[in-house]
Design a protein around this ligand. Structure first.
Ligand code: IPE
Ligand code: IPE
Ligand code: MG
Length: 253
């Protein structure tokens, strides 16, 4: 979508927009392979896509975007690829934070950050400190993130409170669990996009995606663009969400 395609943004604004979009940015390696390039070239190009998608999310006033950058399982990749991904994240943070901050984006890195190297830890801490009071868009970047690890951590936190006598186990509600997830205080995921064509969740936001609408374009992440995003949002707007109940027409009997 070209910048002048404001009409497409306007069209989207006429329908209900998701309050939280989550994206599994998949297909970088295959994108590179198809061009005879190293996999890391795909990751590098993928950063360009992130910039455009964040911009458009902000232009549409969608308040929360979560992107999957590195999973708890991705450590099993070759060391050079892991190293390249970590370096790319450091570079991207340093390069992008000024514009993100100027545009009111609050950056939040979610996952077990204790395993990140020193450079990335420093970049993450600085990005958090710089953007913490921004309110236009919350951009969660999932790094060393796993949905199961997140839920396990939540169980640990609640158990600790119970042991300390601050929480009655029988009184624990879903909201109490939600409140100890990394996404505490944020709306559930309305739209989950996974590029690359695979139709699986790969341990992403398991709790938050309970009623998310899935859109799975077959295009690889580096080729995903504003127009593809528009198409995904249009598809979302065409869905009938029922949350276990009945659709409007059927409910009338
Ligand atoms: C997604 O692209 C990025 C990360 C998992 C870090 P992949 O690297 O998984 O690309 P494919 O799926 O092998 O094409
Ligand atoms: C999911 O992609 C993780 C990220 C995009 C960071 P993967 O490529 O790791 O997922 P699988 O291995 O195909 O399930
Ligand atoms: Mg993949």
């Amino acid at each position: 979508m070209e910048p002048e395609r404001q009409d497409l943004l306007e069209e989207l604004r006429k329908g209900a927009l998701p309050r939280h979009v989550a994206i599994v940015m998949d297909g970088n390696g295959r994108w590179a392979k198809a061009r005879g390039l190293p996999r890391t070239a795909g990751h590098k190009q993928g950063v360009e896509t992130v910039r455009e998608i964040v911009r458009m999310t902000r232009q549409l006033d969608i308040p929360v975007l979560t992107i999957f950058a590195f999973s708890t399982e991705n450590w099993s990749r070759p060391q050079y690829e892991v190293d390249a991904l970590m370096r790319l994240m450091v570079d991207a943070i340093i390069k992008e934070v000024p514009e993100l901050h100027a545009n009111g984006v609050r950056l939040r890195f979610i996952g077990d950050l204790s395993r990140l190297n020193r450079d990335l830890t420093q970049a993450v801490e600085k990005a958090h400190a710089t953007t913490r009071d921004n309110r236009i868009l919350t951009l969660n970047v999932a790094v060393n993130y796993g949905g199961r690890a997140e839920i396990t951590r939540a169980a640990r936190l609640l158990a600790q409170r119970a042991v300390e006598g601050k929480l009655e186990p029988a009184s624990i509600r879903e909201k109490d669990v939600a409140d100890v997830l990394y996404t505490a205080g944020q709306p559930d995921v309305d739209l989950l996009i996974r590029t690359g064509g695979d139709k699986r969740i790969s341990n992403f936001l398991l709790f938050q995606c309970a009623y998310a609408e899935f859109v799975v374009p077959s295009i690889y992440w580096p080729d995903f663009d504003r127009y593809q995003y528009y198409l995904a949002l249009k598809e979302f707007q065409g869905r009938q969400r029922r949350f276990g109940g009945l659709g409007e027409e059927d409910a009338r009997g």
